[in-house]
Structures are given as structure tokens and as C-alpha cells.
Write a protein that binds this ligand. Structure first.
Ligand code: I3P
Length: 128
């Protein structure tokens, strides 16, 4: 049987490396500070870890590395936001608490996949 056959363990939907910057905290604008982030979409949350490439091999263990932060996707809003950056392939994620993040990838197909996967989680939560 699958590891989630009891339906209690949140399902890992997606994981990968994206460029990330937080641009607002509780509605207050922050200075941009782009950095690579290992992003994991699991259950109702987007969870951010340090770039695994910037860590020593021994410090990178999937189950026991501490997230830097995580975002509750319930009620969140997602928009393409190329006007908010000189970079290409940028979208903005805004949480109900007024935290705003930009996420970016140089790879068109990859960023499109992230966008649609996150949007489908937001849509699912909206229907609950
Ligand atoms: C910012 C940095 C960011 C850039 C931002 C700059 O300068 O170059 O990468 O955002 O542009 O202000 P600093 O490092 O001095 O803070 P993008 O890469 O997304 O364009 P912005 O102020 O127009 O947002």
C-alpha cells in the first residue's frame, strides 16, 4: 500500500530549486534579497529550505533539515509578476497574512509547472 494509504500523511506534491525573495511581511514592503531556495510543496504548505548545494553533504538529510520558513497556501493568491522584476519567469505569492514572495526560474517549463501546481493546491483549499 502507498505510504499515504491512511490519508493522514500530507502528500509531497513537488520539490525543486527556485530563486526566491520575500518582498513584504504583513503588508509591509521589504527590500529584495534574491537567493536560491529548495522549495517543497507538501500538503497545504510551501516550505523553503536552504539551497542544498550550499550545504555540506552531511548536513543535507531530507527528513531532518530544518525549514527556513513555510507558507500556508489557504486563501493565498498567485499572479505572474514580470513587472516586479528585471528577471524573467517571476510570479508573486501572497498569503492571507500579507506576506509576499517572488519566485523565479530561468527555465520556462519549470516555472509554469510550479505555478500550475501551486494554483491547483490553492484552488483545492478554496473548495474545502
Ligand atoms: C536590488 C537587486 C535586485 C533587484 C532590485 C534591486 O538592488 O539588484 O536583484 O531586483 O530591483 O533594487 P540591491 O541589491 O542594491 O538591493 P530584480 O533582480 O528582481 O530586478 P528593484 O528595486 O527594481 O526591485
Amino acid at each position: 500500500s502507498s505510504p499515504d494509504s491512511d490519508g493522514c500523511t500530507p502528500e509531497l506534491e513537488k520539490a525543486g530549486l527556485l530563486n526566491k525573495t520575500k518582498i513584504a511581511e504583513g503588508g509591509r514592503k521589504l527590500r529584495k534579497n534574491w537567493s536560491p531556495s529548495w522549495v517543497v510543496l507538501v500538503g497545504n504548505s510551501l516550505v523553503f529550505f536552504k539551497d542544498p548545494k550550499s550545504q555540506t553533504p552531511s548536513s543535507w538529510k531530507p527528513g531532518n533539515s530544518r525549514p527556513e520558513s513555510s507558507v500556508d497556501l489557504r486563501g493565498a493568491q498567485l499572479h505572474w509578476a514580470n513587472e516586479l522584476s528585471s528577471k524573467k519567469n517571476v510570479f508573486k505569492l501572497r498569503t492571507v497574512t500579507g506576506n509576499e514572495f517572488l519566485l523565479q526560474s530561468e527555465t520556462d517549463s519549470l516555472i509554469k509547472e510550479w505555478y500550475s501546481t501551486i494554483q491547483s493546491v490553492i484552488d483545492r483549499l478554496d473548495r474545502e
